[in-house]
Design a protein around this ligand. Structure first.
Ligand code: M6R
Length: 608
């Protein structure tokens, strides 16, 4: 939530910041702003506005020769969406950008008598005033930062300009992410993530927590709060600018939907040896799985729905108890886990604060935590005992698509491994399942051929107030993800129901034309689901049926039938999910909305 960037070097900073911010916009798009040194003079200028980065572009100078500055795109937490609340915040000689929350901003305001200096409603401005307070005392940026962070409770990634230090940027963080990079030919960068500066360099490092980074055109110096030098671990991203751009597609979301076959292949291939699951490349030893008595899966949103799919497999096929928890609930619970419990946390960003805190809680009970994470070296990845990275590449659209299917694929491989190591799955059974999983990318390509058909049928969805997704067993789990996809980007109220549960209340909401997306891919309950579908069809719902049947022409069952390729029941989740993603996307587009940046949302949820 909120994206930050800073740059000092040889390039004109305004372009660097605005281009970077446009790629960080997925983190928040309520307001945007930049601060820069005017032509390397000890004078800081600010440009900011409520609205998106394109609105910021409009209020910036046409030509700006400055080569040092900071920029911010905001997801509002403290204080509404306004230009006054936009970052950077300047107090006295300090300009500050911030991603995170200063929890004790009220106490700091009182303790240091800062109220008269504040013009916005933000916690960040209190941070700027606090920094300025110490800077007036010390005239030393690093000493100022040391004193300020000792007072602040909460999460922060700060980028700071001090007026007497043109050409320099200072940065420090706690919890909130920050990466940095230096190239002697270009200059020094900090940002919330690498996408912000990927057009300039693919080398970066994670700024360690409570480490002060001092950026100048000559380099980046790091030191801890005691003044000891810190040496970072330099990393390279394995994707380039095109992965962070739309590449000819109208939106990131549809691009990312189409990237799924390749993303799944990239994710599973390194974890398969001789058609058996193999996590040796991830340094996860067999001992991690051995003797496990139960599994707890913790995540938020789509990542949690991916966890639910994994849970179905582990429970039904390995007969091992599994609990799936919403991270924000789990973190304040008293979980029933011990050293024989495996805890799997799932997160695309690796930053979701509730998931991170849930993981920390789980570690108090067991040494067997494993994260499934897409963003390398993110907080969750570093906090867990083991990490299995998904290789979806950067996911920019707020609605998660490719991250979900690679998480599900990873959950399956982990499930196979868990079964093998504990004698709950034979090698032949595991091989058969792995082979079927390897074929999934090809089947997704087939499903993507339905794109135009799905686009057409969403014309029946755009005026809907409500929609329902129904299924049983695994289909119910994927129905939840389908409903989330529709509601978050089309603003249509959508709910998933276990098909058998409808008649216990919800069926009263079914009336003529209400869209019902019915999923019937589980052989064991196929007839039951079809009966449930008939019940809503009899009440004139508009039924879109997803099933493995080649053809269904029975008007008492559905209005539209989408036939998916015949794969084992467990694996239909991939094909169904892709259809649900297309339904969500085209409904949103059909309503004239922006599916990439739905209202009120941000991609990484780093606040509670
Ligand atoms: O980065 P994470 O996977 O931890 O994010 C979890 C959720 O915030 C995320 O899946 C959210 O629900 C998406 N907007 C769903 O499309």
């Amino acid at each position: 939530m909120c994206g930050i960037i800073g740059y000092t070097g040889k390039l004109e900073v305004q372009n660097v910041l605005i281009n970077g911010l446009s790629r960080l916009e997925y983190r928040g798009y309520d307001s945007a702003g930049i601060a820069y040194f005017r032509e390397n003079q000890p004078h800081i200028s600010l440009r900011k506005t409520a609205g998106k980065v394109k609105d910021l572009r409009a209020v910036c100078d046409k030509v700006n020769p400055s080569t040092c500055g900071i920029g911010h795109t905001r997801w509002a937490t403290h204080g509404g969406v306004s230009t006054a609340n936009a970052h950077p915040h300047r107090v006295g000689k300090v300009a500050l950008i911030h991603n995170g929350i200063i929890e004790n901003y009220a106490a700091i305001t009182n303790k240091f008598n800062l109220a008269d200096e504040l013009q916005s409603e933000t916690d960040t401005e209190v941070g700027a005033a606090l920094l300025n307070h110490f800077y007036e005392e010390t005239h030393d940026p690093k000493e100022t930062i040391r004193k300020a962070v000792a007072e602040i409770k909460g999460s922060f990634a700060f980028g700071i300009l001090f007026e007497d230090h043109p050409g320099e940027i200072y940065a420090v963080r706690n919890v909130s992410p920050m990466v940095a990079s230096f190239d002697p030919k270009i200059g020094a960068f900090i940002a919330s993530d690498v996408t912000a500066f990927i057009e300039h360099t693919n080398r970066y490092f994670v700024v360690p927590e409570y480490t002060i980074a001092s950026l100048s055109p000559e380099g980046i110096a790091l030191e801890d709060l005691e003044g000891h030098p810190v040496t970072p671990e330099i990393m390279t991203v394995d994707w380039d600018l095109t992965a962070a751009e739309k590449d000819g597609y109208p939106h990131f979301m549809i691009k990312e939907i189409h990237e799924q076959p390749a993303a799944i292949t990239r994710t599973i291939t390194p974890r398969i040896k001789n058609d058996l699951p193999d996590f040796s490349g991830d340094q996860v030893p067999d001992d991690f799985f051995k003797g496990a008595e139960n599994v707890t899966i913790v995540a938020c949103g789509t990542a949690m729905y991916a966890g639910m799919v994994g849970a179905e497999f582990i429970q039904n096929h390995l007969r091992m108890p599994v609990t799936v928890s919403i991270a924000s609930e789990f973190r304040y619970s008293q979980p029933v886990i011990d050293k024989n419990s495996i805890v799997i946390v799932v997160s695309q960003s690796g930053e979701t604060i509730d998931t991170l805190e849930a993981l920390k809680l789980a570690k108090q009970y067991t040494d067997r935590t494993l994260s499934i994470v897409n963003v390398k070296e993110s907080s969750i990845a570093r906090e867990s005992h083991y990490v299995v990275y998904t290789h979806a590449g950067p996911e920019i659209a707020v609605a998660s698509t490719k991250a979900y299917t690679v998480q599900v694929a990873t959950m399956y491989l982990l499930g196979f491994k868990l079964g093998l190591v504990n004698g709950r799955l034979t090698e032949d059974e595991a091989k058969e399942r792995v082979q079927a999983l390897k074929a999934i990318p090809g089947h997704i390509e087939e499903v993507l051929q339905y794109e135009n058909q799905v686009k057409e049928l969403t014309s029946r969805m755009v005026n809907a107030q409500d929609a329902f997704y129904i299924g049983r067993g695994l289909d119910y789990r994927v129905a939840m993800e389908g409903a989330l996809k529709l509601k978050e980007i089309s603003y249509i109220h959508a709910e998933a129901y276990a098909a058998g549960e409808l008649k216990h209340g919800t069926i009263s909401l079914i009336e003529e034309g209400v869209p019902v997306i019915a999923i019937a891919n589980q052989q064991k309950v196929y007839e039951k689901v079809i009966s449930n579908i008939r019940e809503v069809k009899a009440r004139d719902a508009f039924v879109i049926l997803i099933s493995k049947d080649k053809e269904i022409n029975d008007p008492t069952v559905c209005n539209v039938h989408l036939s998916i390729p015949d794969v084992p029941d467990d694996l239909t989740v991939f094909e169904t999910a892709v259809i649900c993603q297309l339904i969500g996307y085209y409904t949103s587009v059909g309503k004239g909305l922006d599916p990439d940046q739905p209202r009120n949302l941000a991609k990484s949820v780093t606040v509670e």
